[in-house]
Design a protein around this ligand. Structure first.
Ligand SMILES: NC(=O)C1=CN([C@@H]2O[C@H](COP(=O)(O)OP(=O)(O)OC[C@H]3O[C@@H](n4cnc5c(N)ncnc54)[C@H](OP(=O)(O)O)[C@@H]3O)[C@@H](O)[C@H]2O)C=CC1
Ligand SMILES: Cc1cn([C@H]2C[C@H](O)[C@@H](COP(=O)(O)OP(=O)(O)O[C@H]3O[C@@H](C)C(=O)[C@@H](O)[C@H]3O)O2)c(=O)[nH]c1=O
Length: 306
């Protein structure tokens, strides 16, 4: 199988290419930079075949994908800076990447009759109530520009293709790129205490674990919508921070606050980001390990790469 992966200079794409290499598949890595610009951790992705491609350029997407003619595209590239996406002067670019870029890829996948995986987010929902969101629920109501444009990307895939997987994930952490854990470790080293919201509830996703599931998926024809995060239960960002400091051996005091009390975010975020993952097991896929276990392996991975 030949698999084209976008967003390899980010968290998830990096681990997807490494998972493909581990399993003997031909992975072609892509991002917007002229050459691979992710972490130099001497893993396979640093040596993989690489194609620079701006997903917002339809001609470039058509030419690159047609030349490569992959069996599968795993589309991980996105604009992921949630607060910044709210800025009036950024919104056009955010939409061009998350919605337009995804449509460009979907249209070529249709022509080539190849499978497409689109990675989406808990932020397509409004977070009302406490019931976990099911993957086939259509009550979309994004609260922010990032979520709205990711939803537009989902629709571009589902309206144009039949051979697709739309996989919604949440609260992502991986070696290569920015995430909440890295932010909290930095804050923890310089502050005695930190305020963290305890009214937004979800479950983190470790890119290393998710990459395994995504490759399992593309080996099948079990198309459709899925939710995938680590197991281990639903938690708040406050709970997550407490466990991060505990496992990292930091003594920083974590103070629980409501989103209103925190007051520093530009973008509104869903309170209820609980994702129902039962469809994974129902369709024969192996769930991810617990987030507590994932966090411990991640802290070790970071230490080994320091
Ligand atoms: N991070 C999270 O918490 C979550 C992420 N997701 C989704 O998961 C997927 C993977 O996320 P993650 O790995 O964290 O993302 P990252 O932000 O780490 O990586 C995204 C990559 O896409 C690249 N990119 C941006 N614009 C373009 C473009 N025009 N053409 C080509 N590449 C481009 C970025 O490059 P550059 O940095 O130069 O802009 C970056 O390297 C995304 O679809 C995201 O929406 C879902 C839920 C949570
Ligand atoms: C840094 C910080 C954040 N927070 C809050 C802000 C926010 O509500 C929550 C998480 O902060 P972040 O900035 O990491 O959140 P955010 O960037 O919104 O994370 C989201 O990213 C996108 C890409 C997704 O798709 C989502 O699944 C989710 O992972 O924690 C605190 O309460 N205290 C703090 O010190």
């Amino acid at each position: 199988m030949k698999i084209f992966v976008t967003g390899v200079a980010g968290q998830l794409g990096h681990d997807v290419i490494n998972e493909l290499a581990k399993r003997g598949y031909e992975g072609i890595a892509s991002d917007i930079a002229p050459t691979y610009s992710g972490i130099q951790d001497s893993s396979e992705v640093t040596q993989a075949a690489y194609r620079s491609m701006d997903i917002t350029n339809p001609k470039a997407v058509e030419a690159t994908l047609t030349e490569i003619n992959p069996d599968v595209v795993i589309h991980c590239a996105a604009w992921t800076a949630v607060d910044l996406a709210e800025d009036e002067d950024k919104q056009e670019k955010v939409r061009a990447i998350n919605a337009g870029g995804t449509k460009n890829i979907a249209l070529v996948c249709k022509k080539l009759n190849c499978k497409m995986v689109y990675i989406s987010t808990d932020y397509v929902f409004d977070g009302q109530g406490t019931k976990p969101w099911e993957p086939d629920c259509k009550d979309y109501k994004p609260l922010n520009v990032y979520g709205q444009t990711k939803l537009e990307g989902e629709l571009a895939v589902s309206e144009n293709l039949e051979k697709y997987f739309i996989v919604r994930i949440a609260w992502v952490f991986g070696l290569n790129g920015k995430n909440f854990i890295k932010t909290m470790l930095n804050v923890g080293k310089t502050h005695d205490s930190v305020r963290v919201v305890n009214d937004q509830v979800g479950t983190p996703t470790y890119t290393y674990d998710l990459a395994r599931l995504l490759v399992d998926m593309v080996e099948t024809e079990k198309y459709g919508y899925y939710h995938a995060t680590n197991e281990g239960g639903y938690i708040s960002w406050f709970d997550f921070t407490q466990e991060i400091y505990k496992q990292a051996g930091l003594k920083t005091n974590v103070l629980p606050v409501t989103t209103a009390e925190y007051g520093l975010s530009k973008a509104a975020r869903p309170f209820n980001s609980r994702l129902d993952k039962s469809k994974l097991v129902a369709n024969g896929f192996k769930p991810l390990p617990t987030w507590q276990d994932a966090l411990s392996r991640y802290l070790k991975e970071m230490q080994d790469n320091a």
